[in-house]
Design a protein around this ligand. Structure first.
Ligand code: FES
Length: 288
């Protein structure tokens, strides 16, 4: 079976998978589908599976997902075009993502982006001529405590500078091993990473440090000082827990550390807790 010619420049996998590849993908798909109560729920990991084979969501990959899950190719394409992790043209061996979201940007992410774009000679979602690197601007990856952050195939490279990021890409293009700052000990290829995202364990989940010092400092301080999140009305599980343990949870009182109950207004648009209460009482009175 042939698939209609591709629609986007760079789409090269227009013909159907050969029998051997199709059988292998079918077996992997069956394992993915078995995780879900409804077959169509398997689409997201199956798109990663297709990327692990073709290096992007190819026309034949879309056709394979559609026929396997009983969907139309339009439905599969609609999903694949919604999420930026799904590539519509062949990706490089490594996706180098520079976080240019607010915090990383002000901490140097914009400067890293400009430098890398010049250094590699490519723009957003473009791939170097050697096929090694696809450069991307990326949104916050919840690693702001290590800003500015660069990701390589979704592995963290923390506290980067323009020079360190350029050195990182040089190493990748030269085939030298690079070590992420946290998480796995090394970086795999885009296709290998895509297979992990499809849900197939590569045995590396427990490598390296998961959460570093800056990430857990808040938890550490809270434990040292005996701080706990205050309960709120209707928090039955919290109330039950406190009753069962003698009610040891400390509630910050106005004026204490952690309390914002009596803080003054700090901006024109800000209101103190007292003013907020008066406003609410007035609103309640009008409505009653
Ligand atoms: S803003 Fe870059 S990781 Fe959050």
């Amino acid at each position: 079976m042939s698939v209609e010619a591709g629609r986007t420049p760079g789409q090269t996998h227009r013909t159907a998978y050969d029998d051997e590849t199709r059988a292998r993908l079918a077996a992997d798909s069956a394992a993915i589908i078995a995780r879900y109560p409804q077959e169509r729920s398997a689409l997201l990991p199956m798109l990663h599976l297709v990327q692990s084979e073709d290096g992007y969501v190819s026309p034949r990959g879309i056709a394979f997902c559609a026929s396997t899950l009983g969907l139309s190719t339009a439905e599969v394409s609609a999903v694949a075009t919604f999420y930026t992790q799904y590539k519509r043209h062949p990706n490089g061996e490594y996706t180098v993502g520079v976080c240019t979201n607010t915090l990383c940007a002000v901490m140097g992410g914009d400067a890293i982006w400009e430098h890398l774009s010049d250094h590699l000679g490519v723009g957003h979602d473009e791939t170097t001529d050697d096929g090694a690197i696809t450069l991307e601007r990326i949104e916050c990856n919840a690693a702001c405590d290590y800003a500015p952050v660069v990701m390589v195939n979704w592995e963290f490279f923390d506290n980067q500078t323009p020079d360190s990021a350029a050195g990182l890409t040089d190493a990748l293009r030269a085939g030298r091993p690079v070590a992420p700052t946290r998480g796995a000990d090394s970086v795999t290829s885009f296709k290998a990473m895509s297979r992990v995202l499809a849900g197939f364990d590569d045995g590396r989940a427990d490598e390296g440090v998961g959460a570093g010092g800056p990430t857990v400092i808040g938890t550490k301080l809270a434990r040292e000082k005996g701080w706990e999140a205050p309960s709120f009305d209707g928090d039955r599980s919290s109330a039950t827990s406190e009753a069962g343990t003698g009610g040891a949870t400390h509630q910050p009182q106005p004026g204490e550390e952690q309390s914002s109950a009596d803080r003054p207004a700090t901006t024109g648009g800000d209101v103190s807790a007292e003013a907020e209460q008066k406003k609410q009482a007035s609103t309640d009175a009008k409505e009653s």
